[in-house]
Unconditional design. Structure first.
Length: 136
């Protein structure tokens, strides 16, 4: 998909992989440069991208990638800043985003857990925060 790091610099370029040809092709650039994003394929073909790291620590932006236009759009924030995100599509169309820590390796992870279910917004972007639970 997109993002990555080259040395110590986060990048926002994105590529698509075609399994039929075995080749990558460039597509639009992500709005937020970074790496370690989690992405969830939505039923309509768009890709919901959450959080990541910009090389200085966790970021909390959400983006939507539309393969029909090749563009990324802002889709809100997930805050508070956490790391080691994962996401999953729920049966009702929401995306469950969870995170484990505010610290980066090699420091021991904090015993934080954050979970939030968001409903990806319309084609203009925007994620509605519905609920979240944080435990220590």
């Amino acid at each position: 998909m997109g993002g990555g790091n080259e040395g110590s610099a986060a990048v926002g370029s994105a590529e698509l992989y075609d399994p039929k040809t075995g080749k990558f092709s460039r597509t639009g650039a992500m709005l937020t440069a970074g790496y370690g994003f989690t992405s969830t394929l939505l039923p309509d073909g768009r890709v919901f991208i959450s959080a990541g790291n910009d090389g200085n620590g966790p970021i909390y932006s959400l983006e939507m990638y539309d393969p029909t236009t090749g563009n990324f759009s802002a889709a809100g924030t997930v805050g508070p800043k956490r790391g080691f995100y994962t996401s999953a599509l729920l049966a009702d169309g929401r995306v469950l985003i969870s995170a484990a820590t505010t610290r980066r390796p090699p420091r021991p992870p904090a015993t934080l857990a954050t979970m939030r279910a968001v409903r990806p917004g319309d084609r203009q972007g925007g994620a509605q925060r519905e609920r979240w639970r944080q435990g220590a």
